[in-house]
Design a protein around this ligand. Structure first.
Ligand code: FRU
Length: 495
């Protein structure tokens, strides 16, 4: 077996063999074509999104043996252009006494030709009195882009270094970076009051780490536990990304339970203080969580997220794989807001481009050559004289998924109630959009089971999945009133 390495643990080799064998039984046609998806079994958070040896690597939380979450491994893929992914063998398995319950989320950097992974090791020991001792610690593994060796001195950060008044069980998801000669990591943690906090650690050699400061805290205002932090400078601002759990809904925001938020402010590097000015929603859809970023070779800040939700997993039961990642997104900051746009490399895969200008829609209509389940389609809608404009996608005689623009209420809604999922779960999300006198620009990235709706050049994004059978490829438009639209559609074809 090509993937078996002698020095690897049995647990890792078993996962590698299982992955290699069972991937053969999954039809490629069933999988999304330009979004990374689970090779087999279950995936969640993106991990270790990093540049290494001239390529971009992505790891992910992975339980190959089942389509449900289980003892976490790190699955592994790489790409040259963020669109076409190559599968690599499983990178980490829960095989040490400090990570037996799982190798939880983390990050990676390239260092002197080596690939350094920092992850959370989890243990859950049953005590004599029957209680559980759960601990999460931060660990390091170093490798060559395929095989990784866990450090002898692991774990490198334990719960002993938590600030006083911290919960000892929730301490995870380190995001590591190097600045001059020092290494830093932000780690998610929980204050004794139950709410999230982000801790900053510093190290000179990757082995010894010291707590430097608490960079920010929820104080139970932006949800409770803060998972999967990321921290970087962008266009003159400092951005911290967090994935808070149990956020209270505010109007149309924060209905997923698990949410994604960016905190924007100023980081005082000398004194290790983050002064937060504001915060905002990263994604308004049903399926987006735990995003992570990297800085690309050319300086672009690229973010990728898990395109599924903890609460509403609607993957069909007969699929042997469960979980996809979002399209990598280019981030910028404009007027204090985070702007997201699909990675520009998608343009290299455009085929069958179709453009329509000034089409007037006053009822229900289809347009020649506008259909399909793998596309990048931009629509400019002038809906001044139209109450509601609906785009129906993944449609056949029985099923349809709807995106509706209500120009009076300045509202976009996504609705998958009729997308073939039997039984109700959360199927609808709405978001307020900027009032532009009845005009809106939508860019829809569609890949078999997902739609990412980028509004007004990336001001807002709404990401959701739907698992309608793949022969439902029709697209149609509906207007209550009179709308005028411009469309540009490209099929995405990977060869
Ligand atoms: C977020 C998360 C992380 C954790 C991982 C476990 O989705 O809960 O905090 O490391 O998933 O799989």
């Amino acid at each position: 077996m090509s993937n078996i390495i002698k020095g690897n643990s049995e647990i890792l080799n078993k996962a590698r063999v299982f992955e290699e064998e069972s991937m053969k039984n999954i039809q490629v046609e069933q999988k999304p074509s330009f979004h990374l998806s689970a090779p087999v079994g279950w995936i969640n958070d993106p991990n270790g999104f990093s540049k290494f040896s001239g390529e971009y690597h992505l790891f992910y939380q992975y339980h190959p043996y089942d389509t449900k979450w289980g003892p976490m491994h790190w699955g592994h893929s790489k790409t040259k252009d963020f669109i076409k992914w190559e599968q690599l063998p499983v990178a980490l398995a829960p095989d040490k006494e400090y990570d037996l319950e799982g190798c939880f989320s983390g990050s990676a950097i390239e260092l002197e030709g080596k690939h350094v992974l920092m992850y959370t090791g989890v243990i859950d020991k049953i005590q004599e009195d029957g209680s559980h001792l759960i601990r999460q610690t931060q660990c390091i593994a170093i490798g060559d882009g395929i095989d990784y060796e866990k450090l002898e001195c692991n774990p490198v950060i334990t719960s002993y270094s938590l600030p006083e008044d911290s919960n000892l069980e929730d301490f995870r998801d380190p995001k590591i970076w190097k600045d001059k000669d020092d290494f830093y990591a932000v780690v998610g943690s929980r204050h004794a009051d139950g709410s999230g906090q982000i801790l900053l650690y510093k190290s000179q050699d990757l082995h010894g780490w010291n707590l430097v400061n608490v960079l920010d805290r929820s104080e139970n205002k932006i949800g409770r536990m803060w998972e999967c932090p990321d921290f970087f400078k962008l266009d003159g601002s400092d951005i911290m990304i967090i994935s808070p759990q149990e956020v209270k809904a505010e109007g149309l925001k924060f209905h997923n339970g698990h949410n994604t938020v960016y905190l924007i402010g100023e980081y005082d590097k000398e004194n290790y203080k983050f002064n937060r000015y504001d915060y905002g929603v990263i994604d308004y859809g049903l399926d987006f969580y735990a995003p992570q970023t990297l800085e690309a070779e050319d300086g672009r800040r690229i973010m990728i997220g898990w395109m599924q939700s903890w609460e509403n997993n609607i993957v069909p039961g007969d699929f042997k794989w469960c979980g996809m990642m979002s399209i990598p997104r280019e981030l910028t900051v404009k007027d204090g807001h985070l702007i997201q746009n699909p990675i520009r490399e998608i343009k290299n895969y455009y085929k069958n481009t179709v453009k329509y200008e000034n089409i007037s829609v006053n009822n229900s209509m289809e347009l020649p050559n506008i259909s399909g389940r793998e596309l990048d389609m931009s629509i400019e809608i002038n809906g001044e004289n139209c109450e509601e404009f609906t785009i129906n996608i993944a449609k056949n005689e029985e099923y349809v998924t709807l995106i509706t623009f209500d120009s009076r209420k300045n509202l976009i809604s996504f609705d998958r109630s009729y997308s073939a999922k039997l039984g109700d779960s959360l199927h609808k999300r709405e978001m307020n959009v900027r009032n532009k006198n009845g005009n809106i620009k939508l860019r829809l990235i569609i890949d078999k089971y997902s739609i990412e709706i980028f509004v007004n050049d990336g001001e807002q994004v709404m990401t959701s999945t739907y698992y309608t059978m793949l022969d439902a490829t029709d697209i149609s438009f509906n207007a209550k009133g009179n709308a005028t639209i411009n469309i540009e559609k490209h099929d995405i074809v990977l060869t």
